[in-house]
Design a protein around this ligand. Sequence first.
Ligand SMILES: NC(=O)c1ccc[n+]([C@@H]2O[C@H](COP(=O)([O-])OP(=O)(O)OC[C@H]3O[C@@H](n4cnc5c(N)ncnc54)[C@H](OP(=O)(O)O)[C@@H]3O)[C@@H](O)[C@H]2O)c1
Length: 291
Amino acid sequence: MSQPGTRPRLHCYGCGRAGRVIVRWLHERAGLAVGQICNRSLTSARRAVEFIGAGEPVEELQPDISGDWLLLGLPDGELSGAAVGLSSRMPGQAELAFHLSGSTPAAVLGSLGVPVASVHPARAFADPAAALVAMPGTWCVGEGQAQPLAALKSVVEQAGGRWLEMQSSGKAAYHAATVAASNYLVTLNELARNLAAASGLPGQQSAELLDSLQRAVLDGLLDATPARALTGPIERGDAAAMARLLAAADEHGQGPLFRALGLATLELARTARGEREADQALADVFTSRSD
Ligand SMILES: NC(=O)c1ccc[n+]([C@@H]2O[C@H](COP(=O)([O-])OP(=O)(O)OC[C@H]3O[C@@H](n4cnc5c(N)ncnc54)[C@H](OP(=O)(O)O)[C@@H]3O)[C@@H](O)[C@H]2O)c1
C-alpha cells in the first residue's frame, strides 16, 4: 500500500491516445511516479514512454505491482478480457485499478480482485499533445468503489482537473450526453459548412464565420436554458422563411438532417414561447416531401 504522504506508482496497460495523456498529466501535475507501460507491441509502448517522458516499456506487464495503481487504458471492448487475463497472473496486488471509459462500468474490472473505479475525462484525445495542454480544468467523471474514487479524486484535483461522480446505472445516458454535445456538434458544423459552400461563400472565411457563431451560442447557453437561448425563424414562427431555407437545403442534398433538426427545434421553441398559430405551418414545412 502507498503510505500516507507518498505518491503511488502508476502502471498503464493499454497506453494509447487517452492513456498516455492521463499518465503524463498525473505524473507532471500530481507527482505520480510512472511504472510499466504495456501495449500490444513494444514499439507502441516505447512511443508512449517517449510521449510521457517517464516509465518502462514492457512486452508483458510484470506481476510485481503491489501497492501501485493500474490504469487500463484499453478500448472498451478489451477491458473485461484483459482483467480476466491479468487476474491469473497478478491476483489482488495493485492498490487500485481504473479505466477511462465513459459508458462501461468500473465493475468490468472486477475479476482483478482489487478496488476498481473508472474515470472518464470529458475531452477528445485525437491529438494527445493538444489534449495535454487542454487538461487543466477538464471535467473527470468518476464511478466505482468509494476508496479508489477518493484516491483518484485527490490526484485529479491536484492535477487541476474538475471532479464529478456518478452511479454506474447512469453511464450510458451520460456518455450519450457527451456524444451529443461533442460528436453531434461536429456533425452540425459539417451541415452548416456544406450549406455555406452551396451559398458560394469562400470556404475559410465561412468556416470562421460559422465557428464564431457556434462559440457565441455556446457561451450564451452557460447562463440560459436551451429553450430560452433560441432565436431565429423557427422561434419567430416564420414558416415562409423556413420553406425557402429547406428548399435550399434539399437542393444541395442536406434536406434530411435539416428537416429532422427543424422539427426538434420547433418542439424546443414551443416549450419556450408556447404554441403559436404558425407552428402547424412550420411542422408542415418540415414534414413535407422534398420532391
Ligand atoms: N480517445 C478519446 O478521445 C477518449 C476520450 C475519453 C475516454 N476515452 C477512453 O479511453 C480508452 C482508450 O481509448 P483510446 O482512444 O485511447 O484508444 P487507443 O488510442 O486505441 O489506445 C488503446 C491502446 O490500448 C492498447 N491495446 C489494445 N488492446 C490491447 C491488449 N490486448 N493488450 C495490451 N494493449 C492493448 C493499444 O496498443 P497498440 O498501440 O499496440 O495498438 C493502444 O495503445 C477507452 O476506454 C475510451 O472510451 C477515450
